[in-house]
Every structure is written in C-alpha cells, then in structure tokens.
Design a protein around this ligand. Structure first.
Ligand code: PLP
Length: 403
C-alpha cells in the first residue's frame, strides 16, 4: 500500500473548509487525480497505437466523464443499460458486450453499439446477422483458459467458466462472422512478465485466427498504474502485437482509470471497547464499498480529521507504545461490516472525520440500500478546483428502490 494521493494537501484553506462543512457520508472524487490517470493511459495509447475504452462496470459516475473524454476513445459495457449510458453520456467508440443478451433487448443494444462482442457461439449464431446487417462489426470473446487473477471469484479462466469460447477449431469455423475478439484474463495484474507470458501462450494458441482479424481487445485488469510497472515495455509489447497481426489493439481499463481518485468521507458516530478500541462510522462497507467485503480486504485509510495517517490495514509493523490499533466498523447490523484495523497516533472520538481511500473503482456502481443506511452523496472537485455537490440521496430514493 504505497500509493495514496493526499486529497487535502492540494486544497486551499477555503476549499478545505467547504469540504469539512459538508454533511457525511460522501464520496469525494478529484477530477485532477482522474486526469493524472488519464494521462498515463493516453501515454500508453500514444506509444503503442492502442485505443482505450472505459469499462463502465467499474466506474459509471457520469458527472466526471467530461474530464475523461479528452483522453479515452470511448467506453465498453456489460449490459444494455451500460452501453446506452456510454453512448449517451460519453460518446466516442461504444463497445457492447454482455455475458448473454436476450432477444428482447438486442435491437436496442445495436442502436447504441459501434462494435458488439458476443460471449458464445450460441449468442453469435442468434444475433450476429442482425449486427452485420447494420454494418456493426462483430466480435467473439475468447477464453484462453489461463489467467492472471489471484482471486477465484474474479478468474475468467476458472474451471467450467462461462466467459468466452475456447475451442480453436470451433472458433475458426465461425471466423467469417467476426472481425475481432476480446480476451479479458487479467485481474489487477501488476506483473508485466506474467502478462507477456500469457500473451505468448495466447498467440501460440490463437495466432492463426488473429491474422484474419481487424481488432483485438485485451480487456482490463492490467495494472500498469502500479509505480513499478514498466509502462514503456508494456506499450512496446502491445505495438509489437499490433504489427505482427496488423490489428487495432484495444484496452478496457476500469480500475486503472480511477485508481485512487476518490475518498469516502465518513464521521465517527460511536466508540466502544471490546478487546481493542472500536469505532463505528456513518457508512457501511457492505453498502458503500462492497467489493472490499467480497474480496475480504480492508479499506485503505486516507485521512482522519484533515491529517493523512499512515495506513496500517491490519499490518501493525512499526507500532509504537503511543499508537492505538483501532477497528473501524460500518453502521449496518452485519457483524462483519469492518472497514479495517488501523494504527492511529491517537484514539478516535465521536465526531471525528475518517476518509477511506480508493473509493472510485467498483464502489459507486455497487452501492445499495442495505439496512437503509444513508447513501453517501457524490461530491466532485472539478479540474478548476470548484467543489460541487453533484448528487444527494434521500428517503425517496430508498423508497423508490423498492415497491
Ligand atoms: C471487468 C472488465 C474490465 C475492467 O477490468 P478492470 O480490472 O477494472 O480494469 C474490462 N473488460 C472486461 C470484459 C471486464 O469484464
């Protein structure tokens, strides 16, 4: 855990006061941080010739799309609603993909699509002709049966996976229907050598097909934002691939697009003691940072009461006699609604502000009304420094989410 942008360090006193006066909880997104990520992606695209599409399943907070559009080529999607949002709110190239489209939605999907990628032979057989009739290029998702994912739940190559087709001969038999393929088999992969190794394997297996195609997407999950990632070598490898097969390469960055560009700001509502100091904040890991619960990870800490604290995240190296190990809980009634264990230089008190880092990817897209916990507002620091309360949620939103 090394990469923490200190949100408050870049704010003027006036901006800081404004943020402090906002009622918690809220997601605070920094467009200036997003632009830094965008510039990295742009650099990879410039050096490699690849095109980059925002993966909307990771981040779809359209209020900041304006800051992203100048750098990305468009969006990719996992459903009708996402492809529509991409077309309406982002523009550029809009790619459609879904694990399975229904007959009822396919015509509408095609209205918004610049390319469509089918997940299986059956989907291709059912719908490719409709797309081709509208001059929309068709792709197929390949499953190379190898992956770089340390989580089985996120492993597209897990045993009996439904994500894409793997049988080379059967794929060659439908090659006349497709102009491209999508392969997404990385998950937060920081290891460039592992990426290359699996690309070599993929080329060995599917190279014959690749020579017949116009475009290939490598999906997301390549964590080239890691400070140790060899970005130039990565771009060179993509360029080499594109030259070898004479294809347009696409990347579909989700996490990398918005990595460490937001914090979730909360307030301490209560403190208790049970074997160690405990604090309860006015948000919930289950409702507002659900991915961390699914992957059993702690939320990185960004700041407490305007001060950046060193993250402990369950690792108490360097503890001194004065430091306090605090467990911070969410306010839902789930016993395991735990943001994490943190080492702080003083105890938390009721009313203290606590902000959790990396609150943009896979957070707002997954938020839910469990326990009726207050939904964090969405607050944006614009590129020009203006602080905008973009969206607040209330009782009616909760009520309208059910019937
Ligand atoms: C999830 C996903 C992405 C984005 O992945 P990140 O790890 O957020 O970069 C891109 N493409 C496809 C097909 C995906 O399923």
């Amino acid at each position: 855990m090394n990469f923490h942008r200190d949100f408050l360090a870049n704010l003027t006193d006036e901006q800081r006061q404004k943020v402090n006066a906002l009622p918690t909880p809220f997601y605070l997104i920094d467009e200036r941080a997003i632009v830094q990520n965008m510039q990295l992606i742009d650099q990879v695209c410039q050096q490699s010739g690849a095109k980059a599409l925002l993966a909307l399943k990771c981040f779809a907070t359209w209020g900041v799309f304006g800051a992203m559009k100048p750098y990305l080529h468009g969006t990719t999607s996992s459903s009708l609603k996402e492809v529509r949002l991409g077309k309406e709110c982002f523009g550029g190239e809009t790619h459609a993909y879904s694990v399975a489209y229904s007959r009822d939605e396919i015509d509408e999907v095609l209205q918004y699509s610049d390319k469509i990628i089918f997940n299986s032979f059956n989907q291709l057989a059912q719908f490719a002709d409709k797309a081709i009739a509208k001059n929309i290029p068709v792709g197929l998702r390949l499953n190379p049966q190898t992956s770089n994912s340390s989580f089985i739940i996120a492993d597209p190559a897990r045993p009996f996976s439904r994500l894409g087709e793997h049988d080379v001969d059967a794929i060659m038999a439908v090659a006349d229907k497709i102009t491209g393929v999508m392969i997404h088999n990385n998950c937060e992969n920081t290891d460039f050598d592992a990426f290359c190794q699996s690309l070599d394997d993929i080329e060995e297996r599917f190279g014959k097909l690749f020579h017949q195609l116009d475009w290939i997407s490598f999906g997301g999950g390549i964590h080239f934002i890691d400070p140790n990632y060899p970005v130039k070598a990565f771009a060179d490898r993509l360029k080499q691939f594109a030259n070898e097969y004479d294809v347009q390469v696409y990347l579909e960055p989700g996490e990398v697009s918005v990595h460490h560009t937001a914090v979730l700001v909360t307030s301490v509502l209560d403190t208790l003691h049970n074997g160690k100091p405990l604090a309860v904040v006015d948000a919930s890991i289950e409702a507002h940072m659900l991915d961390l619960l699914i992957y059993r990870q702690s939320a990185p800490l960004s700041f407490v009461n305007e001060t950046a604290y060193e993250l402990a995240g369950g690792d108490f190296d360097g503890e001194t006699a004065d430091d306090v190990a605090v467990r911070i809980y969410g306010k839902s009634c789930l016993a395991g609604d735990i943001f994490g264990d943190y080492l702080l230089d003083k105890p938390l008190n009721i009313g203290d502000k606590v902000a959790f880092a990396n609150a943009a990817p896979y957070t707002m897209v997954k938020k839910n009304w469990f326990n009726g916990v207050d939904m964090p507002a969405i607050v944006i620091i614009r590129e020009n420094g203006e602080i905008v309360v973009q969206k607040q949620f209330g009782y009616e939103d909760y009520k309208n989410s059910l019937s």
